[in-house]
Design a protein. Structure first.
Length: 254
């Protein structure tokens, strides 16, 4: 079966306990790995009500969406990925750093890595930390070798295990089949030096990073266009299943 038809890690793959969409735990995990205290993960209480969006500091540097992997979503994914080449990007000229997911139930961690490794957030990673070392090692590697690097980085596994064990709800087993998934949206400057920026959808189940549209200098991942191109499209395909939630990476309030 092709990776396009079934992009999930094989049953015998390395598996992590699923990560709860808990901003406090996610912030703790990222700071343990080397993110500056100047940033934290925030709850996004609504993506349609401006007064609730106002609780998130701006600019928001990344948005993580948790969504149900429905039949409608899978049909749309298959249709879009069918015409896309397998991503083979590597090196400093990549517009974004993307990781293919090969660890079962690690989509939360993948989303957090995509959030901090791209756009302005990367500048908030402290030197000589697990995150800085991981990104430095990952940049020159093609996708398959990047995935292997994640599997062989013990600091990631240890920090993830600690965070997953501290959730407010009982965590599923690492081997369980979970039908909720994380996707990350980031704004990154285009690599051509034009000064333009693009909204990227980063998901380790896809064939590569997906450019969703151009954003102006004063727009972020919670701007009207970004929400329309990103999470609102997922809600349209929800089929009545309302198990959606969002968190955003932005400036710290404490």
């Amino acid at each position: 079966m092709s990776a396009t038809t079934n992009p999930d890690p094989a049953p015998g793959s390395l598996a992590f306990v699923p990560l709860e969409a808990n901003p406090e735990l996610m912030t703790s995990l990222l700071r343990k790995l080397g993110l500056s205290p100047a940033l934290q993960v925030h709850d996004v209480y609504s993506i349609t009500e401006p007064e609730l969006l106002a609780f998130v500091p701006r600019p928001a540097l990344a948005l993580l969406l948790v969504f149900p992997v429905s039949a409608t979503y899978e049909s749309a994914r298959l249709a879009e990925d069918a015409g896309a080449p397998e991503y083979a990007g590597k090196g400093e000229d990549e517009p974004v750093l993307w990781f293919r997911q090969t660890i079962r139930n690690a989509c939360g961690l993948m989303g957090l890595l995509h959030a901090v490794a791209n756009g302005p957030a990367r500048g908030f990673i402290e030197q000589d930390t697990p995150l800085s070392r991981l990104i430095r090692a990952a940049v020159p590697l093609p996708p398959a070798e990047r995935s292997a690097l994640l599997e062989k980085t013990p600091e990631l596994a240890a920090a993830h295990a600690e965070a997953a064990s501290r959730g407010d709800t009982a965590a599923p087993d690492a081997r369980d089949d979970v039908d909720l998934h994380y996707v990350c949206f980031v704004k990154a400057n285009d690599a051509d030096g034009s000064g333009n920026s693009t909204l990227w959808e980063l998901d380790g189940r896809r064939k590569g990073p997906i450019a969703r549209g151009r954003l102006a200098a004063d727009e972020d991942v919670l701007s009207e266009k970004a929400l329309l191109w990103g999470p609102l499209k997922f809600l349209e395909r929800g089929g009545g299943d309302m198990r959606f939630s969002c968190v955003a990476l932005a400036g710290a309030l404490d």
